[in-house]
Ligand binder design. Structure first.
Ligand code: HEM
Length: 352
């Protein structure tokens, strides 16, 4: 079945030095400090209601989907999950990144999380509700804005602080390059989610044993972009846009991987894009979001209760790099906090 024995965080994230992982000083201690900063923020922000995700709390929709592996997938890309012509049920959750939900027309990064309900087999961390889940988590930019765990801790302390002085010091934690990436991510023109391209930004393993390699993944529209209606002016334009399409027809997306050409492209530097002209993305699966009614309180509640985590994965799709190693500790803790806080508070509310 899904998991054998749960490994400690240190064992699960043991470095893959052959693929180029390098340890930063005090990683685990920093991960715990970041989790504590986030927990403190979530409890303060949501003192009056159910505890929500610290980032990406505003969802545009939790959507049923089908994930079909390409029938002609080359043998070099076969894994336990990626078998030619395999078809899996999946869930997709689209979100805005900002910790405080806002009008979609405000500058922000967009998130896309995919939970593929995969075949029987080992998972590094099993999702409590969907034990065979293989998660993929993406944003609408090809690179992440920080490499160093200690800088990330400073960034989070300042971002989630109530003090304006701390907030003014955020660019110092990010540096010139990190600040430019944050601005570039948030400054993209707002597009319908179906037309938005998403990237993993950080690398993952593909395969096991001597044949394993490092990849990044990306999702983009397969249909004709011109057939996607433009967005309206409303505060929830992204949800409205999804509803307009999914009332009538499916959205068909391509899931592609970029194989690292050589060790010259760093695992630990997630602020530098792997150039697509040298390492083109190759289609491996089709993600179809069928026509559906998703705009219901029951569906929203399902999306709220879900926990996406890059470590909900088969060992053949193990997350790589320091940023991913931090996420091993942090995502579980925040999801557990939400689960406990959400239930306690929901029980104490009067029935609607
Ligand atoms: C050290 C780095 C990072 C930290 C500490 C972090 C932290 C978190 C946390 C705590 C959550 C909420 C988890 C939950 O309550 O279920 C979350 C969600 C999310 N993160 Fe990250 N994150 C990091 C890096 C990234 C990266 C590199 C990406 C790029 C793809 C990313 C994309 C997302 C998305 C899209 C969600 C929302 C998932 C959903 O729909 O539930 N994060 N992050």
């Amino acid at each position: 079945m899904a998991t054998k024995r749960r490994k400690s965080a240190a064992a699960a994230a043991a470095l893959d030095m052959q693929l180029g992982e390098v340890e930063y000083p005090r990683e685990q201690e920093i991960a715990l400090s970041i989790a504590a900063v986030i927990e403190d923020f979530v409890r303060r922000r949501d003192a009056e209601g159910p505890l929500r995700r610290d980032v990406h709390p505003k969802a545009h929709g939790c959507l049923k989907a089908k994930f079909r592996i390409n029938a002609d997938l080359p043998a070099s890309l076969h894994t336990d999950i990626f078998q030619p012509a395999a078809v899996y049920d999946a869930w997709v959750r689209y979100s805005n990144s900002a910790p405080e939900p806002a009008d979609d027309h405000r500058r922000d990064a967009r998130g896309m999380a995919i939970k593929l309900l995969g075949p029987d087999g080992e998972r590094i961390r099993a999702d409590a509700d969907y034990p065979l889940a293989q998660d993929f988590i993406l944003i609408n930019h090809p690179v992440f804005f920080i490499n160093d765990p200690a800088d990330y801790l400073t960034f989070m302390r300042r971002t989630l602080s109530a003090s304006l002085v701390d907030k003014a010091l955020i660019p110092l934690a990010l540096g010139v390059r990190g600040s430019a990436i944050v601005l570039a991510t948030a400054a993209k023109p707002l597009l319908p989610l179906a037309r938005t391209r998403f990237w993993s930004t950080v690398p993952y393993t593909w395969g096991k044993g001597a044949k394993r390699q490092a990849i990044k993944y990306s999702v983009r529209l397969l249909d004709d972009a011109a057939a996607i209606p433009p967005l309206g002016d409303g505060a929830d334009a992204l949800r409205d846009g999804l509803r307009e399409i999914l009332d009538k027809r499916a959205i068909v997306l391509d899931f592609a991987v970029q194989q690292r050409a050589s060790h010259a492209h760093s695992i630990e530097d997630v602020m530098t894009e792997w150039p697509e002209d040298e390492m083109p993305f190759q289609s491996v699966a089709r993600l179809t979001i069928p026509r559906q009614r998703f705009d219901t309180s029951a569906r929203d509640a399902r999306g709220e209760a879900m926990a996406f985590n890059p470590w909900h994965c088969s060992p053949s799709h193990r997350p790589l790099g320091a940023i991913n190693r931090l996420r091993l500790t942090i995502y579980e803790r925040i999801a557990a906090l939400r689960r406990a806080g959400g239930k306690k508070r929901r029980r104490s509310r009067r029935p609607e």
